[in-house]
Write a protein that binds this ligand. Structure first.
Ligand code: GSH
Length: 239
């Protein structure tokens, strides 16, 4: 794709949608935001869902005017798929995907682990908190403890990777530059730490320092400013 078609990002407040404007800011690709805050129940208001042109009605979704091969509009849902599409289409200089094949595979691992491993394990805990019947609530702490084993294992993985990266003199999760790994993992780590979803039995100094560096980037800050993103929603986060 040579020219840059108009991109609309459907952005629900306090959500993993932040990955997309952050990436677009890093690549300097123009975009429009269609934003909504969550309703008092913490989910997408119906009028916002009605606007999202994808079957799942979740955020993020993007609409790319004339972005399909036949010139019709293109709609992409799932943050990992959106990241892959945007990088393939607009990162012609290959800034966000390491060239080295082993590093590229590491970046793909994190890209998929962000949702398929980290969020999966952490959301199991969150859903138990929300959905456990009152009569079983006395078992919640024990359940959370059991389920946190997976989250701890995940965090040991990222803490170890970042420790190794630091030893090599890198500030990033893979290679020596920002990549799709950082862009996808930032929200997952922030969300899990912020909501205390199983990480409390460990210490994560390198992970926290990395997250601080990512959140301090100019592109991230611009994305936050434009979208109004914050996770500090007093428990209002819903998936
Ligand atoms: N795996 C999907 C998850 C999408 C998702 O669950 N989005 C949430 C926001 S973080 C949402 O739209 N929730 C609102 C609702 O279901 O009402 C992705 O990575 O995009």
């Amino acid at each position: 794709m040579s020219s840059q078609p108009a991109i609309t990002v459907y952005f629900l407040g306090a959500s993993r949608a932040i990955r997309i404007p952050w990436l677009l800011e890093e690549l300097n690709v123009p975009y429009t935001l269609e934003t909504s805050q969550r309703n008092p129940a913490g989910v997408s208001p119906q009028d916002f869902k009605d606007k999202i042109p994808a079957p799942l009605k979740k955020s993020p979704t993007i609409l790319v005017k004339g972005g399909a091969s036949d010139g019709t509009d293109l709609v992409v849902q799932e943050s990992g798929a959106i990241v892959e599409y945007l990088v393939e289409s607009f990162d012609k200089a290959g800034k966000l995907l390491p060239r080295d094949v082993a590093e590229r595979c590491r970046a793909f691992e994190w890209l998929h682990a962000a949702e398929g491993t980290f969020m999966l394990h952490a959301l199991a805990i969150l859903y138990a908190r929300w959905k456990i019947p009152e009569a079983a609530r006395e078992y919640l702490a024990e359940m959370e403890q059991g389920m946190s084993t997976n989250v701890l294992n995940d965090f040991m993985w990222i803490e170890g990777a970042l420790t190794e990266q630091k030893r090599k003199g890198s500030e990033f999760l893979v290679g020596s530059e920002l990549s799709v790994a950082d862009l996808m993992m930032g929200f997952s780590v922030e969300f899990i730490l912020e909501r205390k979803l199983g990480t409390e039995r460990g210490g994560w100094p390198e992970t926290e320092a990395w997250l601080g560096r990512m959140m301090g980037r100019g592109a991230y800050q611009r994305a936050v400013e434009r979208s109004g993103y914050t996770l500090d929603s007093k428990g209002q986060f819903r998936t």
